[in-house]
Ligand binder design. Structure first.
Ligand code: FES
Length: 97
């Protein structure tokens, strides 16, 4: 299960391999900011406080858009970070504005 903390909704959703965090939020109706879905706007930025090991490694779009320090601290782009296997994670929507 992944605990998704959206702007006004917090929900446990299944960790479905292959889905991005943004796709999961949309599927289970957790309010999540986004615009481009291509890794450029960063509106979907989020913080992973647990369970990074069940997610894909940061991809080129995330390295381009986020600071290395942010990635180190657990920030990801929700439209780019994908679930790779079942497990537990906690992810909060954290746009810049
Ligand atoms: S929706 Fe634009 S970077 Fe994810």
């Amino acid at each position: 299960m992944i605990y998704l903390k959206g702007r006004s909704t917090h929900k446990h959703v299944p960790a479905e391999p292959g889905m991005s965090l943004l796709e999961l939020a949309m599927k289970y109706k957790v309010e999540w900011g986004f615009s481009c879905t291509r890794g450029t706007c960063a509106r979907c930025r989020c913080h992973v406080s647990a369970g990074m090991d069940i997610l894909s490694e940061p991809n080129d779009a995330e390295w381009d858009r986020l600071e290395p320090e942010e990635i180190e601290q657990g920030y990801r782009l929700g439209c780019q970070a994908r679930v790779e296997k079942d497990g537990e994670a906690i992810v909060a929507s954290r746009p810049y504005f």
